[in-house]
Write a protein that binds this ligand. Structure first.
Ligand SMILES: [Zn+2]
Length: 759
């Protein structure tokens, strides 16, 4: 009959009726004559989830329009499968053409609020293939893997239910395959029936009891295998679920009202980020578009419609940490939550059920990364214990490692896998070291974590993350130079050409100092090139290049290129080999100022080292402007350090470390009853250690005629040092003792960082 329709209401009711005037998708109501009563009715569209019509009654064109086949789930959980044209212009909903051949009311208008979820029937693999992200072959390969995993699960179920040991099952499969009785495609169930271990019924039963929800999804497997990234997968899922995929870094930040719409614990629990809102709806970003329970739960909290958008888990967790920082939901809370949820651990620890994509793991790892950054750590160490022992997390702060967390051992593999996924590494590779990097954002600051995965005993893997703060350099005055050193260092930095070296062990702040030096010369009239590994500090005005060994962009390679690129100043991150050192010295002799670093202990020793490396002594003597040796000693905590009066004995020891003759010559502090030094105590601000931050100690050797003469005749270390001391150089130890008298640190810290000289 013309104009007859079926209405489905939000409360699940169904009503047959006839349209009393044509239905228009942009109107907010529909006028009908009810079939049962024959009376006129006007229904608000907000009460209706869908209107089912005869296609001939509505002139919607379905041909020649791009469309997709979709499963549409109503708020009432009723399912429709329809062909849906793309880009429909209606504000209240969309049309679909049902594939149900039996129904005359095949043209259906779905209201926006009436639809709980919709997804394309195309498989995720097909979408990825169509987008050109992966090949058909990779999809096939992963489908095979998926099949294998499901079979493995079947074996597990059978072994549990029927008291079969896994080794018996493995043996049966092995034997069958070796003897050629079973083709690789033959199912495990069949092999086991064949071997007489189980009956056909038992296999059927086990198959039926397989928990569908625990099956690994194809998309997850593709990511694990490294065929696609999490971003690829989420983009494809967004297509499948007809949701927008957004880059959280490039959309406008969430409104305050949207952020307030969900409580912090809910945001943390579901790992979602509210973005926009009005009275009726809340737009929320998720990285789990397949999980219907998330919008359901959020609807419960907000009593509003939830419109999902898809974003990567990393961007979401970083944004949550930024917008809900003091949620009272720290790492410790997370851990205590997790331990209560953790499966009971028998002799055989079970780890397989906790996945790296579990929202708690995602949150936990994100939290630790941001926490370490905010505490000023330089490195994070994830160290899984042996069987049954926890995963220990240590931070290195101010050069010292300390334990900050113990994560239950049942989560250790998931935590390491999560780190690997974030760093785009292969999570199936557990025997070889891997390196990668993770980039997070905090208040518009980019934080880079250099990830090193190292396989350790007990089938474990450690993860060590170095935190690279992409920070601004400090001005030279704030680098802790003594007045004399600052003056002399500025003088050599102002030279038009020559070479200046900054030396010391790893972690002594050489690069930081060189960047401050460059900042001093960084003006628009000077061209500065740098080659670094990695670029940790960035400066506007410098042209900075990152070493990339994979493509052959090494220190010498970059240096040669710089020389053809009109430089005034060149900074070389490190002189690792003779070739780099030679090229650097030649560059400095042809009118360029060259700055670099070297792993040597003291300033005089550096000269001998370079000559040993084969530098021409005459060239080197001409080129050298100065060598700055540097150390970082732990600084006494400003909040709790305590003044005290040292004994005469203690004073004498300091003087003897300085060198009594030099001490007198340099007018060192005299002993008196009022002489005061500082000692450590310990307070919450310094975690009870008594030290916080670090203080730089310098030894600056400035090249002079006397020094150049000694270099040309390849004089030994001692002679160079004597000459430099005569000309006013202060050794690291002298500077260190000076900092003790200034109350900045104590002598134990000085001896520790300068220990080579006391041997
Ligand atoms: Zn303190």
């Amino acid at each position: 009959m013309k104009g007859d329709i079926v209405l489905e209401f939000m409360d699940g009711r169904r009503e047959e009726a006839t349209m009393s005037r044509p239905f228009l998708a942009d109107e907010n109501e529909i006028r009908v004559v009810r079939k049962d009563t024959g009376r006129n009715h006007t229904y608000l569209l907000t009460k209706i989830s869908c209107v089912c019509m005869r296609p001939e009654d509505n002139p919607i064109k379905f041909h020649d329009i791009e469309h997709s086949k979709e499963e549409i789930i109503l708020a009432t959980d009723k399912l429709y499968i329809c062909v849906v044209p793309k880009n429909q212009p209606y504000k209240n909903g969309f049309y679909g053409l049902s594939v149900d051949a039996a129904s005359p009311h095949k043209l259906i208008f779905f209201t926006t609020h009436g639809v709980k979820a919709r997804q394309e029937t195309r498989l995720i693999g097909e979408i990825l293939e169509e987008k050109g992200v992966i090949t058909h072959f990779s999809v096939e390969q992963v489908l095979e893997e998926q099949r294998r995993l499901r079979e493995q699960r079947l074996g597990e179920i059978l072994s549990e239910k029927h008291d079969l040991s896994q080794s018996n099952i493995d043996k049966a499969i092995d034997t069958a395959r070796k003897e050629g009785k079973a083709s690789p495609r033959m199912k495990v169930g069949e092999i086991l029936i064949e071997a007489g271990l189980v009956t056909h019924e038992q296999v059927e039963f086990a198959l039926a009891s397989q928990d569908l929800g625990k099956k690994k999804k194809i998309g997850t497997l593709l990511v694990e295998k490294g065929f696609i990234t999490e971003t690829h997968l989420l983009e494809a899922l967004a297509v499948k679920f007809r949701l927008p995929f957004i880059d959280l870094d490039s959309v406008k930040p969430p409104s305050a009202r949207a952020l307030a719409a969900l409580p912090a614990d809910v945001v943390h629990k579901y790992q979602v980020l509210p973005l926009e809102e009005d009275e009726k709806r809340l737009v929320v970003a998720t990285s789990e578009p397949t999980d219907y329970t998330i919008p359901d739960s959020l609807r419960f909290y907000t009593k509003r419609r939830i419109d999902l958008v898809v974003a990567t888990s990393m961007q979401i967790s970083a944004a949550i940490l930024k917008h809900y920082p003091k949620a009272g939901y720290g790492i410790d809370d997370l851990l205590s939550d997790m331990s209560t949820d953790a499966p009971v651990i028998d002799q055989q620890p079970q780890e397989a059920d906790i996945s790296e994509s579990d929202s708690q793991i995602v949150t936990l790892v994100g939290r630790i990364l941001m926490d370490a950054y905010s505490k000023g750590a330089s490195d994070i160490h994830f160290e899984p214990g042996r069987r049954g022992q926890a995963l220990q997390v240590r931070y290195r702060i101010d050069g010292i490692c300390r334990v900050v967390n113990q994560i239950p051992m049942s989560f250790k593999r998931a935590v390491i896998s999560r780190i690997k996924i974030m760093a785009n590494l292969d999570i199936t590779e557990r025997r070889k070291p891997q390196s990668g990097k993770i980039v997070l954002w905090s208040q518009n600051n980019q934080i880079e974590y250099r990830v090193e995965i190292v396989p350790t005993t007990g089938e474990n893997e450690d993860a060590v993350l170095r935190i690279l703060h992409s920070s601004e350099p400090l001005p030279l005055e704030q680098m802790g130079f003594s007045e004399n050193n600052l003056k002399a260092f500025r003088r050599i930095l102002s030279q038009p050409y020559g070479i200046i070296l900054c030396v010391g062990p790893t972690g002594s702040g050489k690069t930081t100092t060189l960047h401050s030096a460059l900042k001093y010369r960084n003006t628009p009239d000077v061209k500065i090139w740098t080659i670094e590994d990695p670029v940790e500090i960035t400066q506007a005005g410098l042209r900075q290049v990152q070493v990339q060994y994979k493509i052959g962009l090494t220190f010498p390679e970059a240096l040669r290129s710089f020389l053809r690129a009109d430089p005034d100043i060149i900074m070389i991150g490190e002189m690792r080999d003779a070739e780099t050192a030679k090229t650097a010295i030649e560059a400095s002799l042809t009118g360029h100022l060259v700055l670099s670093t070297l792993h040597t202990n003291s300033a005089p020793e550096t000269i001998n080292r370079l000559i040993e490396m084969g530098m021409d002594t005459f060239n080197f003597a001409d080129a050298l402007l100065g060598v700055l040796a540097q150390r970082l000693a732990r600084k006494l905590c400003d909040r709790c350090r305590e003044p005290y009066h040292p004994s005469r004995q203690e004073y004498d020891r300091l003087v003897s470390i300085y060198g009594p003759d030099s001490f007198e010559k340099h007018h060192g502090h005299a002993y008196s009853d009022t002489l005061t030094l500082m000692k450590k105590k310990g307070c919450p601000s310094c975690d009870g250690s008594g030290y916080k931050g670090r203080v730089a100690i310098h030894e600056l050797l400035v090249s002079s005629d006397g020094i150049k003469h000694l270099i040309r005749r390849n004089a030994p270390n001692d002679e160079l040092k004597e000459q430099a001391l005569r000309e006013g150089m202060r050794t690291l130890l002298m500077e260190g003792v000076q900092k003790v008298f200034q109350g900045l640190t104590d002598i134990s810290q000085i001896l520790q960082v300068c220990r080579y000289e006391t041997e």
